[in-house]
Write a protein that binds this ligand. Structure first.
Ligand SMILES: Cc1cc2nc3c(=O)[nH]c(=O)nc-3n(C[C@H](O)[C@H](O)[C@H](O)COP(=O)(O)OP(=O)(O)OC[C@H]3O[C@@H](n4cnc5c(N)ncnc54)[C@H](O)[C@@H]3O)c2cc1C
Length: 311
């Protein structure tokens, strides 16, 4: 029989959103458990240098996250990265989060399970990740001032990334394997931009470089020819996968697979909040993840107070 344990708050995911929520919940003396099914830190854990998190000129993702984790633990939050969640039941009172080893009954669930960006399906991707291969133009575009870059992808996110990156890049190639899916307005803006060359029906076949990316092999699918293109960096925008499979029977999801919730992070179920990249929103950054974690925690406390008062 699994042990049954009661918590005020269970937070799912120990990225920036989940850890910030844990810090706030712990500081408000709520019994707080964070469940993480991989490693603490989420998407930012391996980033070498973050230059847009207020308060730090430059900080490694691992160092930033370790500090937030320590803050949360100092306030009494418990972080468990070994016990995987099997199922959640959110519409009952209390809500139930069942792991491989335990059954947690809780009044509040904060979902902060984030997302994964689709990686370039090439063996060399790992070697160049952060060294020429990037997934976030807002985060890493700044390093490409006056350089030649490529964007892989053909949806709105890719075309917007291309338009944005020409703030820095001297020359930009948009590489996409079929036709563009981006909306007309973004496409028009891109086509009017002299720095951008659009390469449709093309596929990236290989990445080359010594310590950093120097060039990519591109297959022209209409002619069957492969050519090598010199680039300093490539920004991959071929889709994301929100981590919401666990909740699909409990909560409605948006077309992109995220959880619909407004700035208050409240979902359709009382006492269930969505924070960070898993929430449907336009801007996904560390600061917005931390902001969501804060909001979810403070509104969770209000919800708990009302619940305890029987309102
Ligand atoms: C390479 C890279 C560089 C970036 N650089 C910057 C930057 O410089 N500045 C910036 O502001 N932003 C940057 N970002 C964006 C930023 O990392 C994200 O916006 C932010 O980390 C989102 O935090 P989150 O907590 O919402 O989600 P995530 O970081 O995705 O964390 C979610 C956590 O939940 C866990 N999880 C998922 N499913 C489950 C489950 N079923 N059970 C338990 N745990 C689960 C995951 O393992 C993960 O640890 C970067 C992103 C990437 C990929």
């Amino acid at each position: 029989m699994k042990e049954r344990i009661h918590k005020d708050v269970v937070i799912i995911g120990a990225g920036m959103a989940g850890l910030t929520a844990a810090l706030y919940c712990g500081r408000m003396n709520l019994s707080t458990l964070v469940l993480e099914n991989a490693l603490v830190g989420g998407q930012i854990a391996n980033a070498t240098s973050i230059e847009n998190y207020p308060g730090f000129k430059s900080v490694a993702g691992g160092d930033l996250i370790a500090t937030v984790q320590q803050q949360a633990e100092n306030f009494g939050a418990v972080i468990d990265e070994f016990d995987e969640i099997e199922r959640v039941t959110l519409k009952t009172s209390p809500k139930v989060v069942e792991t491989q080893e335990k059954i947690y009954e809780t009044d509040v669930v904060i979902i902060a399970s984030g997302m994964n960006r689709r990686k370039l399906p090439l063996a060399e991707e790992k070697k160049f990740s952060g060294r020429g291969v990037h997934y976030c133009e807002l985060c890493d575009g700044h390093a490409y001032d006056g350089k030649i870059v490529a964007v892989a992808g053909g949806g709105n996110a890719a075309v917007d990334a291309a338009n944005f990156l020409t703030k820095y890049a001297e020359k930009l190639y948009l590489i996409h394997r079929s036709q563009l899916r981006a909306d007309e307005v973004s496409q028009k803006r891109m086509r009017a931009n002299e720095k951008i060359t659009v390469m449709l029906q093309t596929e990236i076949k290989a990445l080359h470089g010594d310590k950093r990316l120097e060039s990519v092999d591109i297959l022209d699918k209409t002619t069957g020819e492969t050519k090598t293109l010199a680039v300093d960096g490539i920004f991959v925008n071929i889709g994301v996968e929100p981590n919401t499979a666990l909740f699909k029977d409990e909560l409605k999801l948006t077309a992109s697979g995220r959880i619909p919730a407004g700035e208050d992070c409240r979902t359709e179920i009382d006492g269930v909040f969505a924070a960070g990249d898993v929430r449907e929103k336009e801007i996904r950054q560390l600061t917005t993840a931390a902001a969501d974690g804060t909001t979810a925690a403070l509104l969770a406390e209000k919800y708990l107070s009302k619940l305890k008062a029987g309102d």
